[in-house]
Design a protein around this ligand. Structure first.
Ligand SMILES: Nc1ncnc2c1ncn2[C@@H]1O[C@H](COP(=O)(O)OP(=O)(O)OP(=O)(O)O)[C@@H](O)[C@H]1O
Length: 249
């Protein structure tokens, strides 16, 4: 039976990670609903990547609780890995493999059948309009294409939740907007999106946003409610007040 049917996709309770005496993630408590686009914001070093690594089952928490797709982050990390996709800033694509080879490689890792890999490959090449570069090395693709391919690869095994750690760094606003169209489509199909970004226009696209400061979650709500609460007209204004401790007014 699917344990996650009626549960939120992500639940944490006082989740904490210490490195020696330093508390990188400090008692964070929140939940994310199925199909929600959840923005996980914070300045550099706020503790976002540390939290994501715990949620993905890659880093053992020091204390607190978390369940991903209904599975416990201490005891059920293998189950968690089957239910999630992960895309980091640095990608997981192999630059010295072609587009087609990367898809085949990850299809194998995710244990898809050859027929399924062929079907997915066609689907991705068609959706991303990559037919003409299917046999080109990933290294020579523009950054925006790599990001879209990387996202598609993270979704190959149809995970319930996908973690995107600054997925759109370094590309122009139009390319970022196209990337967000892919995020919306995935969320529409029921995938939960957990995304970090430094672009405040992207924070506006999220259903809810949390803002981390020095390891703690300082605010968590819809972009509209946060803007109203802090009396500003943009998420950049909210971020300036919370994460940088300054007012834009
Ligand atoms: N393995 C580690 N050992 C010691 N300290 C660490 C370790 N990993 C992270 N830290 C520290 O924990 C803090 C939070 O780091 P983290 O990478 O989670 O921040 P972040 O919010 O993801 O920042 P960025 O936006 O720059 O990626 C930083 O001060 C970092 O130096």
């Amino acid at each position: 039976m699917n344990q996650s049917t009626h549960k939120p996709a992500v639940i944490t309770n006082k989740l904490t990670k210490k490195f020696g005496d330093f508390v990188a993630t400090n008692e964070i408590t929140f939940s994310v609903d199925k199909g929600e686009i959840f923005g996980f914001l914070g300045a550099n070093g706020a503790g976002k990547t540390t939290a994501i690594r715990m949620l993905c089952g890659l880093l053992k928490p020091s204390s607190g609780e978390a369940q991903i797709a209904g599975y416990d982050v201490y005891r059920e990390t293998e189950k968690i890995k089957q239910q999630i996709g992960y895309m980091s800033q640095k990608f997981s694509l192999y630059e010295d493999l072609t587009v087609r080879e990367n898809i085949r490689f990850y299809g194998g890792i995710y244990d898809l059948s050859l027929a399924e890999i062929r079907r997915k490959t066609e689907h991705i090449l068609h959706n991303l309009n990559l037919h003409s570069v299917a046999d080109t090395l990933v290294a020579s693709l523009p950054l925006g294409w790599k990001q879209k391919l990387s996202f598609s690869v993270a979704m190959l095994h149809e995970p319930q939740i996908v973690f995107l750690d600054e997925p759109t760094g370094g590309v122009d606003p139009i390319t970022r907007r196209q990337f967000w169209d892919m995020i919306y489509e995935a969320a529409h199909r029921g995938t939960t999106i957990f995304v970090t970004t430094h672009y405040m226009d992207e924070a506006e696209y999220c259903n809810r946003v949390s803002i981390m400061v020095d390891g703690r979650i300082q605010a968590l709500d819809t972009p509209r409610a946060l803007k109203s609460h802090y009396g500003v007209d943009s998420m950049d204004g909210v971020f300036q007040i919370l994460a940088r401790g300054t007012s834009t007014k």
